[in-house]
Design a protein. Structure first.
Length: 452
């Protein structure tokens, strides 16, 4: 039996990869600094998580796989190198597994997780399907060795998406993110996406994203374009409606009109994600009836504008967004579906390096909520960067949005106190950020229960 050591195993992508390795017959030892629900799931699946008897790497391991949060200087990695054991990034290990299958790979700065989940749900109505989804989703807890398709969320942050190849890819958009991996040059990132597209037999591109569209035009290979605006695209939107419980819409895909579909998701960005997923489904031979079944049974990944309940008349949502494009899409989605409601945004900036790269643009979307509460930066194991502080982010948001109420909260208790004191029945509170800002929801809920 092959044996793999996984460092940082409880991260979302690493946890899924560990589960896949076990399903493929590997003995998996996983190490992480934390414990939690993912640890219990992996132990039940057969992964040895943080075993007490594990002390050092030895030659019984066939490979070491590490997450982006683990530095190459980690002693276990250095021991593996000394023994000549292959050391792989998460994306490198994923490519080894995926590239031998009929894969559908989703790439893009925003919308990857939802689009990957949608494609998986749709294809599963006819075929056995495996998925690798970057967010928490029920499909991430299944694995079928006999699956016909492998639907994969790729990762451009460390360039490992360039290792993937297969039957089809979707490019949702290309935005200025993770430029630290591309010598801080957006042109290098665009070149990488062009190279990525060349690895696939069928390429779907979001025509509404001007950068993705322009990049795709540089290539001579056949592309399929989808658009919620351009009726000359291969797949486009016929009509739609924002409703309090989701989206209602009809599509035109490869010159065929769909029946009306209902998706339990919010915002115009999810119309685009659904359009991409339906187009892939049609190319793979599914009927509109099968696709409608997939759309209606679809569950959004956790922390993608996730409804967290109603407390004392206040509606609570949680979302992973921190990049200004994603934050704006999330806040606009709430405003579109609930146009008359007051919105309180609780924002946790993510990583010093990202704040440094985005600078004042991080403040742009906060013209949408009526109130914004800014929390300290979530470091994600990064060291602070001189001059990049919580108070600077607060200053940017406050100065750029003078018509809005903006507050600083030093911790979740303070944020809960502020949000619950502002909120009234009919208000909406949304927590924003890929870190641990979701803990603030419970603080707010407790304060509301106690009558503010």
């Amino acid at each position: 039996m092959k044996k793999v050591l996984m460092l940082g195993v409880l991260g979302m992508g690493m946890s899924r990869l560990a589960h896949i390795y076990v399903s493929l017959g590997y003995e998996v030892v996983g190490i992480d600094l934390k414990e939690g629900e993912a640890a219990s799931f992996l132990r039940n699946a057969g992964v040895l998580v943080n075993p007490r008897e594990f002390r050092e790497v030895d030659k019984t391991f066939d490979r070491i796989v590490y997450s982006s949060a683990v530095p190459m200087s980690h002693p276990y990695i250095q021991e593996a190198i000394k023994f000549g054991i292959p050391v792989l990034k998460r994306g490198e290990a994923l490519a080894e597994i995926v590239n031998g299958s009929k894969s559908v790979v989703v790439a893009g700065t925003h919308g990857k997780t939802t689009t990957t989940s949608l494609i998986t749900e749709i294809l599963s109505k006819r075929y056995p399907v495996n998925a690798y989804i970057g967010g928490e989703h029920p499909r991430n807890r299944e694995f079928n060795k006999d699956a016909k398709f492998f639907v994969v969320e790729s990762d451009e942050s460390d360039k490992t998406f360039l290792l993937l190849k297969g039957l089809a890819c979707v490019v949702t958009n290309i935005d200025k993110d993770h430029l630290n991996s591309y010598n801080w040059d957006f042109e290098n990132l665009k070149d990488a996406f062009l190279e990525f597209m060349k690895h696939f037999e069928n390429v779907f591109v979001n025509k509404d994203d001007l950068v993705a569209f322009e990049v795709s035009k540089r290539a001579s290979f056949k592309k399929f374009y989808y658009s919620i605006r351009d009726r000359y695209s291969d797949a486009f939107l016929e009509d739609f409606a924002f409703e309090e419980d989701g989206l209602s819409f009809r599509l035109n895909v490869f010159k065929e009109k769909s029946p009306r579909m209902k998706l339990r998701a919010y915002g115009v960005q999810n119309l685009s994600n659904a359009l991409a997923a339906v187009a892939v489904g049609r190319l793979m031979g599914l009927s509109f009836d099968e696709i409608c079944e997939g759309i209606s049974s679809f569950e959004m990944p956790k922390r993608r504008l996730e409804f967290k309940g109603v407390e004392d008349g206040v509606t609570l949502f949680d979302d992973h967004a921190d990049h200004p494009t994603e934050v704006e899409a999330t806040l606009n989605a709430i405003r579109s579906h609930f146009p008359l409601r007051k919105i309180i945004a609780v924002f946790q900036p993510h990583r010093y390096s990202r704040v440094f790269a985005l600078k004042e643009t991080i403040a742009k979307p906060f013209y949408i909520p009526d109130y914004t509460i800014v929390l300290p930066i979530y470091s994600a194991f990064e060291k602070p960067i001189e001059g990049i502080t919580d108070k600077l982010v607060f200053k940017w948001i406050k100065e750029m949005n003078p018509q809005r109420e903006v507050f600083y909260a030093p911790d979740f208790d303070s944020a809960g106190e502020m949000a619950s004191s502002i909120a009234r029945p009919g208000f909406i509170v949304v927590t924003l950020g890929p870190g641990d800002v979701y803990f603030a929801i419970e603080k707010i809920r407790v304060k509301l229960r106690r009558g503010r």
